[in-house]
Design a protein around this ligand. Structure first.
Ligand code: NI
Length: 257
């Protein structure tokens, strides 16, 4: 079975049906979900959802889009979550220069505060990086001590060069529905050339719904289409992709049972 390492079931789009979605995970070939957060309220609701279901774990953190609203109280709240039973990662945190919803300086300092907090809490880190791989890698390289619990670059859509830079540091890459899109030759080049040793899968739902369901709200069950695409590109069975990515997910999220 598969693990969806990045699902925003704490998004308001699922307010009425997250329980239904989660109760059907097993029949959709999914054994665990990491409910990923993007600010304090979503972290609180992720924790609540994880407490309701054995199959759901969660992360806490402030997305770079929300960096401009980040406060010291937010940081205090995150640190107070240390040791929560189903908390398995800090994230998604990082830099997003595509939208620039928050000023770059704010994004960088909020990223750094949270890297430090994650390290202090003993948590691996889920990174969001869009059009910002140079700055992201520089910040990680300059603060290498904060990366020791693991780094996962989620929803990877960059080039082969950056993928190799990330993997050679021992970090992880996660792939989602974007690899099924028509204009996916870069993703093909990446996946064709890298080892799957540090690769995991995700949906990033409700975003990035895979082909042929684009236009619909994404759901964890569509992660099967991502596994199929990688199996096709790698010339291996879907079962093989399931086995390796699930094993990798348990290795990265080492507090997940
Ligand atoms: Ni996300």
């Amino acid at each position: 079975m598969l693990i969806d390492t990045h699902a925003h079931l704490n998004d308001e789009k699922y307010a009425d049906n997250y329980q239904d979605i989660i109760s059907k995970l097993n029949e959709n070939n999914i054994e665990r979900i990491v409910c990923a957060s993007f600010d304090v309220p979503s972290s609180i609701s992720a924790q609540k959802i994880a407490a309701e279901f054995d199959t759901v774990y969660y992360s806490i953190g402030t997305h770079p889009h929300n960096a401009k609203d980040f406060s010291k109280d937010d940081l205090k709240f995150y640190k107070s979550q240390k040791g929560q039973k189903k908390l398995v990662a800090f994230g998604e945190i990082g830099l997003d220069y595509h939208y620039d919803f928050s000023p770059k300086d704010a994004q960088k300092s909020v990223f750094l505060y949270q890297l430090e907090a994650a390290c202090e809490m003993g948590l691996p880190i889920i990174i969001h990086s869009r059009e910002a791989y140079d700055d992201t890698l520089k910040i990680l390289d300059d603060n290498i001590e904060y990366t020791k619990n693991g780094i996962l670059v989620h929803c990877y859509t960059g080039t082969l060069d950056y993928a190799q830079e990330i993997l050679k540091r021992g970090f992880f890459l996660s792939f989602g529905g974007a690899i099924t899109y028509k204009n996916n030759h870069i993703a093909y080049e990446v996946l064709h050339n890298i080892s799957l040793k540090n690769v995991v899968l995700e949906t990033d739902c409700p975003y990035l719904t895979p082909v042929p369901y684009r236009g619909k709200v994404n759901e964890p069950k569509y992660i099967n289409l991502v596994a199929q695409k990688i199996a096709e590109w790698k010339g291996v069975s879907v079962t093989e992709i399931e086995d390796i990515t699930t094993k990798n997910a348990f290795r990265f999220f080492n507090r997940m049972e």
